[in-house]
Design a protein around this ligand. Structure first.
Ligand SMILES: Cc1ncc(COP(=O)(O)O)c(C=O)c1O
Length: 325
C-alpha cells in the first residue's frame, strides 16, 4: 500500500523481498533499544552481564533501571556464574564474533532457558535459540544506518514510538559509494552518536525496506568463503582458539596476536579494524581474559565487499606489518 498520492518522483529503488530473514523478529531502532524495551516490559530484578561487553548495552540496562551483576569469562569464553541463579536473575551472554555456539548450548543446559538473553549482535546468521530473548544488530553486517531485532516468545507491546530519522543518518552509506570509506568516516561517527539516546523506538520504514532488500544468502556465502580464505592464509600467525571452520556468515576473521599492537599499524595501512570495548579495560585486571581480548583480538574484515583478490592484498599488508616491513 503506498501513501495515497499518485505520480511525482520515484523513491530509491530497492529490491524488496516478501519476508524478513527472521520473520518473527520485532524491529527496533537499534539492538540497545530492543534490549531496553524488553527489560522495561519484563522488569527482571537483576541481570548478569559479562564484563566484556559494549558500553551501549550497559547504558540500556541502566536506563531500564535493572540491577547489574557482573560476571567474568574463563579462557574458553564461558561465563563464571553461580551454580544456581537467584529466583529473579536473568543472564545475558554475547555470542562473541559468532564463535560461541558451544558456550550457548552449555549455558542452556545449566540454567533455565527462560532466563537467558543471547546477544547476537556479532552473529547475525546464528538463528535464535529457544531462550527468553535474542537480540540482533544488523548494521554490523549490512550497509544500513541503524536497526535492531528482538526475538522472544513472550508477548510484547509495540514500542511507544517509531524511528523516522534514519534518513538523517545515512550520509556515510552514500558517500562511501562515491568517495570511499575514509570520506564517510566523520558522518559514520555522527550517525553512531545519534543512536546513543536510549528509548524504546521501532525500526524506521527506510531501514526496514533496506533490510528487506538484502541478499542474505549470497552475503552469507561470501562471508564464509572469505573467512575460510583468511583462516587458511593467516592460521600460522593466529593464536586465537576461536577459529572454527563452521561459522555461519562470519562477522569477521578474529586475529589474535600478542606480539605487538597491530591495530594502529593496520589502520595506517588502510585496514580499518574496529577497536571494541576499550572501556572494559578500566573494570578488569590487566592480565584477564577480557583485557587480552580487548587488547589483542583484531577483527579483520571478511565481508561481502571483498573478493579473494582483495583479501590477498589485505593479508600481505597484515604480514608486512607483523614482519615490520
Ligand atoms: C555485543 C553488542 N551488543 C549490542 C550492541 C548494541 O547494538 P546497537 O548499536 O545496535 O544498539 C553492541 C554495539 O556495538 C555490541 O557490540
Amino acid at each position: 500500500m503506498h501513501s495515497g498520492t499518485f505520480g511525482g518522483y520515484f523513491p530509491l529503488e530497492l529490491n524488496l523481498s516478501e519476508q524478513h530473514y527472521y520473520p518473527t523478529a520485532r524491529g527496533y531502532r537499534s539492538a540497545r533499544s530492543a534490549l531496553y524495551h524488553l527489560l522495561t516490559e519484563k522488569k527482571p530484578q537483576r541481570l548478569w552481564l559479562p564484563r566484556l561487553i559494549c558500553q551501549s548495552v550497559i547504558e540500556a540496562v541502566k536506563a531500564a533501571r535493572v540491577e547489574i551483576a557482573w560476571y567474568t569469562l574463563d579462557e574458553a569464553l564461558f561465563p563464571q556464574l553461580p551454580a544456581v541463579l537467584a529466583e529473579s536473575d536473568f543472564v545475558l551472554f554475547v555470542d562473541y564474533m559468532g564463535h560461541c555456539q558451544p558456550q550457548k548450548e552449555k549455558l542452556m543446559r545449566l540454567y533455565p532457558a527462560g532466563r537467558i538473553i543471547f546477544d547476537h549482535s556479532q552473529s547475525f546468521y546464528n538463528a535464535p535459540e529457544p531462550v527468553f530473548a535474542t537480540v540482533y544488530s544488523p548494521r554490523k553486517f549490512f550497509g544500513v544506518a541503524d536497526g535492531g531485532l528482538l526475538v522472544t516468545q513472550d508477548a510484547m507491546p509495540l514500542p511507544a514510538s517509531q524511528d523516522r530519522d534514519s534518513f538523517t543518518r545515512m550520509t556515510h552509506l552514500l558517500l562511501q559509494h562515491e568517495y570511499g570509506t575514509r570520506a564517510g568516516y566523520e558522518d559514520f561517527q555522527h550517525a553512531e552518536t545519534a543512536l546513543e539516546d536510549i528509548e524504546a523506538s521501532g525500526m524506521s520504514a527506510l531501514t526496514e525496506k533496506l533490510l528487506l532488500s538484502v541478499n542474505y544468502q549470497k552475503i552469507k556465502a561470501v562471508r564464509q568463503r572469505n573467512y575460510m580464505f583468511l583462516r587458511q592464509q593467516l592460521a600460522s600467525i593466529n593464536a586465537s582458539p576461536f577459529c572454527a571452520d563452521d561459522i555461519a556468515g562470519p562477522f569477521c576473521y578474529p586475529l589474535y596476536f600478542t606480539g605487538k599492537k597491530l591495530r594502529p599499524r593496520l589502520i595506517e595501512q588502510g585496514i580499518f579494524v574496529a577497536s571494541y570495548w576499550q572501556e572494559v579495560l578500566s573494570h578488569v585486571s590487566e592480565k584477564s581474559v577480557e583485557a587480552d581480548y580487548v587488547n589483542y583480538m583484531v577483527p579483520l574484515p571478511c565481508d561481502q565487499r571483498y573478493e579473494i583478490a582483495d583479501l590477498k592484498v589485505m593479508c600481505q599488508r597484515v604480514l608486512d606489518v607483523i614482519a615490520d616491513k
